[in-house]
Ligand binder design. Structure first.
Ligand SMILES: [Zn+2]
Ligand SMILES: [Zn+2]
Length: 326
């Protein structure tokens, strides 16, 4: 089918347009009251950035569907975007598909993204604004089932996923970042949880499975933070520098009780000192969260001496990384 026909067909599938987006932006009730410093993406600066971490309702816990999110990305003004849906988790961990996509969704997901990426390329070739779109996925490092972690990334790459984010959201099956399981933090020793987390995070870094490590100090989400976490940052930064993969600077933390970027300023400083390539990710689960707080994140990066955002366009061990000036 000629690309123009694909575009027209896709346009029929996406009866959304700007009026939909405006109403989505006005009903961002899940977000904290708008903070001027960390506000949603500013269209006047959006073209400087790539948002490398975005979800949809395919994972069971987002607000907008894949086609709605893609339309949000199209009109965002961003330079590039990597869609990173959660790869499937074992049945016993996610029986009701509340935190991960179904296996049966993987191929249609990749096909939709590839088709949309072509559509966006075509629009750009006609002088219209549309970001470059890259097919990615977010994969869980499961300490109790590393074989599952390896297998799911293998299947994702075989299905055509170009960029894989590595995340540790669970420790022995406890989803320590899940608001529904936050009471467990009161029963645990914060230092022990952080020890456990960073030992698994470093295993994930060294596994060779991932291109980017997402939200690197996620255990601080609910503000359970050891008195002096700097030792963790040093070890983690050394491990990721040694592995030669990228680390995400996530604005997701700005919308959470910790109210700061993942990684924290001290961690970020150490990553920059060791020349670790840094991506920007919003972890958007709704349209208003796309590119959220990127001007603030860029300011923090510049303060630590970083000058560029890394954009992985494929497996980073094959050198598929581009740099965007901040
Ligand atoms: Zn995540
Ligand atoms: Zn995510």
């Amino acid at each position: 089918m000629p690309i123009e026909d694909i575009i027209d067909a896709a346009a029929d599938d996406l009866p959304l347009g700007l009026s939909f987006l405006t109403s989505a932006l006005l009903t961002a009730e899940d977000n904290e009251p708008v903070n001027q410093k960390w506000s949603s993406l500013d269209v006047s600066t959006a073209n400087r950035y790539a948002d490398c971490h975005i979800h949809s309702t395919l994972c069971g816990h987002a607000k907008h569907t894949l086609s709605e999110m893609l339309e949000g990305i199209r009109v965002s003004g961003l330079r590039a975007a990597i869609f990173t849906e959660h790869l499937p988790l074992p049945e016993e961990i996610d029986p009701n598909r509340e935190v991960s996509m179904r296996f049966s969704d993987l191929e249609p997901y990749v096909a939709t993204l590839k088709e949309t990426a072509e559509k966006f390329d075509y629009l750009r070739s006609k002088g219209e604004d549309a970001p470059r779109l890259i097919v990615g996925a977010e994969a869980d490092w499961l300490n109790q089932d590393p074989d599952w972690s390896r297998q799911s990334v293998k299947e994702a790459r075989a299905a055509g996923v170009d960029v894989v984010l590595g995340s540790v959201h669970m420790l022995d099956g406890w989803a320590f970042d899940d608001p529904a399981q936050v009471e467990e933090w009161d029963r645990r020793d914060t230092d022990e949880v952080w020890d456990f987390y960073f030992s698994e995070w470093i295993k994930a870094v060294k596994s060779g499975l991932y291109d980017v490590m997402a939200h690197p100090d996620l255990p601080k989400k609910f503000a359970f933070i050891p008195a002096d976490p700097r030792e963790y940052y040093h070890e983690a930064a050394a491990a990721i520098a040694g592995a030669g993969i990228l680390c995400e600077v996530s604005t997701g933390g700005l919308r959470k009780p910790c109210k700061e970027l993942y990684p924290s300023q001290d961690f970020l400083q150490e990553l920059v000192r060791l020349n670790v390539g840094l991506t920007l990710g919003s972890d958007a689960h709704s349209i208003p969260e796309i590119g959220y707080g990127f001007d603030y994140a860029a300011e923090q990066l510049l303060k630590t001496g970083a000058s560029h955002q890394s954009l992985p366009t494929g497996p980073v061990h094959e050198g598929k990384i581009e740099l965007l000036l901040l």
